[in-house]
Design a protein around this ligand. Structure first.
Ligand SMILES: NC(=O)c1ccc[n+]([C@@H]2O[C@H](COP(=O)([O-])OP(=O)(O)OC[C@H]3O[C@@H](n4cnc5c(N)ncnc54)[C@H](O)[C@@H]3O)[C@@H](O)[C@H]2O)c1
Length: 384
């Protein structure tokens, strides 16, 4: 079992992430420790699939530690990450008469975490929430940093709040029931964090991916717990220095570097109407584009680009990219919501472990076009 403490500048208190195997059944005692004696009620927010797999041990453990437990199920899928669902959750909490000292337990992937965390941030102007992330993406990414929120019809994650959990219990055993595409998507996100984090984190990630590539049994090795802990520690180190992603920051440690692969990734998701790519898969392709662009700008060497490409390849098969409309991707990139004063902020690489933020204004349209074309071609041949 690994225990990690996450601190953010804005918050003087820290929270703990407990990472291990079969630790789900300890969530009650941990929640009691984190929430204190006054907490009486806990509302478990989950979806039918995750609750079916993991609800019983979690709820049993909460009850054994004196909590009165209620359950609120949300539909499964990104489309439920909406204000409407949050309103439903708030009504549920209110009808159950949860008080300021009570709490929410989010049991699920990033969708449940973002929704339940947001409901916790605004119910009675803020109650505690404990998070049990059950996807690889949620375990290495959304469980750190305190971003919560919902999608608007105009785009993803456009409304929300920063609200840190009281604590996180990450049971790696839950990953065994994950669909293989969800594993691929989570692996892409871990390559992303390694690529902008450090050579050491990147190498550790690639070692795990190699093991996973030869057998899914790698999900049962202690290597996985160590990797998740290292990934969370990296994200925590970035977030603690720049919780709110300061607009003026463009250095290699600003929170913005976590958007590596996202500029093209978001565009690919948007032009395929969020139907063909999981977010992490689109980020996988987006990293290849950012890598190609970095090489073409003379920032990244060819061997370093090959390492990055190998990391993405090891994540597993990605959806087809050779039939994507490249002009539509380019147009969508220009509308990236992360633009600052109208110009896109590309997260590029100088080498593995060192990001550089480059304004879109500094990149010639032709170079971008060629880089996109070459990277999409490369992506489509990765698994052949
Ligand atoms: N807050 C943050 O910092 C942050 C960071 C990254 C992503 N996100 C958000 O996270 C969301 C994506 O999260 P996700 O990839 O976890 O998707 P998700 O929550 O939709 O989960 C993916 C699928 O896996 C299922 N599932 C979850 N756990 C399972 C398990 N253990 N076994 C079997 N099935 C399981 C879910 O029911 C769902 O169908 C996006 O909305 C994204 O915006 C937030």
């Amino acid at each position: 079992v690994q225990r990690l403490r996450v601190r953010t500048k804005a918050q003087t208190d820290e929270y703990e992430i407990k990472i291990g195997r079969n630790v789900l059944c300890t969530v009650g005692e941990e929640a009691r420790r984190w929430l204190g004696k006054e907490a009486r009620k806990i509302a478990v927010i989950s979806n039918p699939r995750v609750l079916g797999h993991y609800g019983s041990p979690a709820i049993r453990s909460l009850r054994a530690n004196g909590f009165a437990v209620s359950q609120k199920l949300i539909g499964d899928g990104e489309r439920f990450k909406s204000f409407r669902t949050v309103e439903d959750i708030l009504a549920f909490l209110s009808q159950g008469r949860l008080e300021r000292s009570d709490a929410i337990l989010a049991l699920g992937g990033g969708v449940i975490g973002d929704l339940a965390g947001f409901a916790a941030a605004i119910y009675l102007r803020g109650i505690s929430f404990v998070y049990v992330p059950t996807t690889l993406l949620a375990q290495i990414d959304s469980s750190v940093g305190g971003k919560t929120g919902v999608n608007l019809v105009t785009g993803k994650n456009l409304a929300g709040a920063f609200h840190q959990p009281a604590g996180v219990v990450t049971d790696v055993e839950t990953l065994r029931t994950l669909d293989s595409r969800e594993v691929v998507a989570g692996c892409c996100e871990s390559v992303k964090q390694g690529a902008v984090g450090s050579r050491r984190l990147f190498n550790q990630t690639v070692r795990f991916l190699r093991a996973l590539d030869s057998s899914r049994d790698a999900l049962e090795s202690s290597q996985l717990e160590e990797l998740i802990a290292a990934q969370c520690a990296f994200k925590a180190s970035i977030v603690s220095k720049d919780q709110r992603e300061a607009r003026e920051r463009r250095d290699h440690q600003s929170r913005r570097i976590l958007n590596f692969g996202h500029t093209t990734g978001h565009a690919i998701e948007a032009i395929t109407r969020y139907r063909l790519f999981r977010h992490g898969e689109a980020v996988g392709v987006g990293m290849l584009v950012a890598g190609e662009l970095s090489k073409n700008l003379g920032l990244l060497s060819v061997p370093e680009l090959e390492s990055l490409t190998d990391g993405v390849r090891l994540c597993g098969p990605l959806p087809r990219t050779d039939n994507l409309n490249q002009d539509a991707i380019l147009t969508s990139i220009l509308h990236d919501k992360k633009s600052v004063a109208g110009s896109i902020q590309w997260v590029l690489l100088e080498r593995i472990g060192r990001a550089r933020i480059v304004s879109g204004k500094e990149i010639a349209p032709r170079l971008l076009k060629h880089s996109l074309r070459d990277a999409l071609r490369k992506a489509s041949t990765l698994r052949n």
